[in-house]
Design a protein around this ligand. Structure first.
Ligand SMILES: *[C@@H]1O[C@H](CO)[C@@H](O)[C@H](O)[C@H]1NC(C)=O
Length: 214
């Protein structure tokens, strides 16, 4: 998989349609950007060329992506450059595009909607995070203060004052505290809590307030 996407990146930069009457590689699968249309691309499978169209809501990026060599269209201004793309949504329902990521509520939400073939799936953010429409992903609640209460999302209230001699104060300006389980910790940033996961292989050590190898 890594190898294939490496080829695609090199190839999409170096080749244009005019130079592609047949597939340059006799074996394997390669995808090449269409020189003029952002949501189309050329696919070579064992030397056989076909013109492909990305599913609605997706554009060809050459970097693998969401579905069949295509990625979400939010980045198209950067990635499409001069290649044409019509971003008109095809639906006024939850799934504006057949493929996309959307907020499930205008309020602070710990979940979001992922559309695949026009079918919405509600997915949870990782614990302690909320959906941020600006990045089409989950983010720290203290970065969405206009609608989120980090204390309610995270389940922790940062102390107004931290004893300067305490272990927590060593991490100033981001004092730390034990999390809700052995694999996480609370960190405070400007008085707002974040829940930090240690990762599956690490365990929170109360004597150092850090995540240590299990
Ligand atoms: C491409 O060729 C390889 C090796 O000959 C073969 O294993 C594979 O099934 C072929 N792929 C397709 C899609 O025909």
């Amino acid at each position: 998989m890594k190898f294939i996407s490496f080829i695609i990146v090199i190839a999409s930069g170096a080749l244009a349609l005019a130079q592609l009457p047949h597939c340059p590689e006799p074996i394997g699968e390669q995808a090449y950007a269409h020189p003029e249309i952002c949501d189309q691309f050329f696919l070579c499978v064992n030397g056989t060329l076909s013109l492909e169209t990305c599913e609605n809501g997706l554009v060809f990026t050459g970097k693998g992506g969401v579905h069949n060599h295509c990625a979400y269209n939010w980045n198209h201004e950067v990635d499409c450059d001069k290649r044409q793309y019509d971003p008109t949504p095809i639906s006024s329902g939850v799934c504006e595009y057949q493929f996309g990521i959307y907020e499930d509520s205008p309020d602070c939400s710990t979940s979001y909607i992922k559309c695949e073939y026009g079918v919405p799936h509600q997915l949870p953010c990782e614990r302690g995070l909320v959906y941020d429409q600006r990045i089409h992903g989950c983010n720290w609640p203290d970065l969405l203060l206009e609608k989120c209460n980090p204390e309610a999302v995270v389940g922790f209230k940062c102390p107004a004052k931290v004893d300067p001699n305490s272990l927590a104060a060593r991490f100033w300006p981001f004092p730390r505290f034990a999390g809700p389980d052995r694999h996480s910790l609370f960190l405070c940033t400007e008085g707002h809590p974040r829940l930090i996961q240690c990762g599956e292989e690490k365990i929170f050590d109360e004597s150092t307030l850090t995540c240590e190898d299990a």
